[in-house]
Design a binder for this molecule. Structure first.
Ligand SMILES: Cc1cc2nc3c(=O)[nH]c(=O)nc-3n(C[C@H](O)[C@H](O)[C@H](O)COP(=O)(O)OP(=O)(O)OC[C@H]3O[C@@H](n4cnc5c(N)ncnc54)[C@H](O)[C@@H]3O)c2cc1C
Length: 409
């Protein structure tokens, strides 16, 4: 039996792919989905997210980003000493050559994300929640667009194409949002999940319908002997296993450390405010670049996501961030109305080179890792699941997995 630990987007996709290969699979998760990153994210299926945050200009921009109270980057200064080793490694990747290599690897992982989701969800109710739509970035003006030339050059280098819309054209594109923008970029072959929580529930049911087993609980120990894991422990009960796959998002670090693996991970905490029954909805995912806010039309709610907050995982959410997001929205779009607001904070599980680990755990013959997907785990979950299932079945994966090798740390 294969134990998949963690039932977020990555774990559920992996479990389905393994089950489709005829493997005996038990998926273990505490089933408090509301806490998982895969529940509260922006739902963006955006192949243009191939440029990591640690690009060469980051080091120069960092002081201003940290001091500007309106910027979407926050840090809890008293947690800094503990986060420093990770942060220094993260910044050490902000060189032209390393940033280009990270983009190449991210591109390989996410370029087909809409197709990968459609293939995973085909024939299930989850498929109805996948929307194939253009992705729009709204800029105040052309100068604001030009200030992000690095991003656009990288996207062009990797073959992405887009349309530029200026002035009154922006009104036709997203009429309700045009008051804050005179310049827009629109990209096809993008999409979104209209309700990530509901989507995961539907995929979990699909996994069970395929004969997969689900266990509500938290793995607190992985029992090993030599190069093999032979059991996992959940609430004092040992479950014998032939293989283990760790896909526990931010919880993976602890599990990997139990195996003696030293893979540096930090949460890039993110926030959403969700406007219930809003007076208007954008047509697809919109990046309001000046505000640092993504807006995604969800079922009956407009989900607005933002912020990278560097802080310890267990630290409580910072309610000032919600207020800042709502202030920005009401100031920029005073005509927008809503009935209620939902608030959420979650963890982007992030490794210093902005790439996940996908593959066999160093030192083990039967343990596999699939975590650390940072900003792109929702879109890349299905491909990660397919890659892990390929490795376990002995098939050759269709992309080069070297950049994702856990032995790189
Ligand atoms: C604000 C925000 C916006 C985002 N927007 C996007 C976006 O638009 N597109 C995109 O692709 N990505 C986006 N992301 C990133 C994305 O949400 C994550 O990369 C992705 O959800 C990670 O999925 P996961 O399955 O690895 O982890 P999770 O979704 O966190 O799931 C991990 C699961 O493992 C379980 N677990 C943990 N420890 C244990 C244990 N010991 N035993 C058993 N189970 C355990 C947890 O309970 C959880 O259910 C966003 C993230 C945030 C925070």
């Amino acid at each position: 039996m294969i134990a998949v630990i963690g039932g977020g987007m990555v774990g559920v996709a992996t479990s389905i792919r393994l089950r489709q290969d005829g493997q005996d699979v038990i998926l273990i998760d505490p089933m408090q989905s509301v806490r998982a990153a895969s529940y509260g994210n922006a739902g963006g299926l955006t192949p243009s997210s191939l440029v990591p945050l640690n690009v060469p200009s980051l080091i120069k921009r960092l002081p201003r980003l940290l001091l500007d109270r309106q910027s979407p980057l926050f840090i809890r200064w008293r947690h800094l000493p503990r986060m420093m080793p990770w942060l220094l490694r993260f910044l050490s990747h902000a060189t032209p050559a390393k940033a280009a290599a990270m983009s190449n690897a991210l591109h390989a992982l996410i370029s087909q994300c809409v197709d990968e989701h459609q293939a995973l969800a085909a024939g299930t109710p989850a498929a109805q929640l996948i929307s194939e739509r253009e992705f729009t970035v709204l800029y105040a003006n052309k100068r604001a667009y030009q200030s992000e030339q690095y991003l656009w050059k990288e996207r062009a280098r990797l073959g992405l194409r887009w349309q530029i819309i200026e002035g009154d054209g922006v009104n036709r594109l997203e009429p309700e949002l045009a008051s804050c923008a005179r310049y827009a970029v629109r990209m096809g072959e993008h999409g979104f999940i209209a309700d990530p929580g509901q989507y995961l529930e539907a995929l979990l049911s699909h996994f069970q319908a395929l004969g997969g087993k689900l266990l509500a609980g938290s793995v607190d120990h992985i029992l090993t002997e030599g190069r093999a894991a032979h059991a996992v422990r959940v609430a004092r009960e040992e479950i014998a296993v032939d293989k283990v796959v760790i896909t526990a998002g931010i919880g993976s670090g602890k599990l990997a450390r139990m195996l003696g693996l030293n893979i540096p991970m930090q949460s890039q905490r993110g926030y959403h405010v969700e406007l219930v029954e809003p007076s208007f909805m954008p047509k697809g995912v919109v990046n309001l670049s000046a505000l640092g806010i993504f807006m995604t039309p969800m079922v009956g709610r407009l989900r607005c996501t933002s912020v990278v907050e560097l802080a310890a995982c267990r630290a409580p959410e910072d309610k000032r961030i919600y207020r800042m997001m709502l202030d920005k929205i009401t100031r920029t779009l005073p005509q927008l109305r809503w009935q209620a607001v939902n608030y959420w904070m979650g963890h982007r599980p992030s490794l210093p080179d902005s790439l996940p680990v996908i593959g066999q755990a160093p030192g083990f013959d039967n343990v596999y890792l699939g975590y650390g997907h940072g900003h792109v785990g929702m879109m890349s979950g299905p491909r990660t699941g397919r890659l892990l299932a390929d490795l376990i079945a002995g098939r050759t994966p269709n992309i080069d997995l070297a950049p994702f090798d856990a032995g790189r740390f």
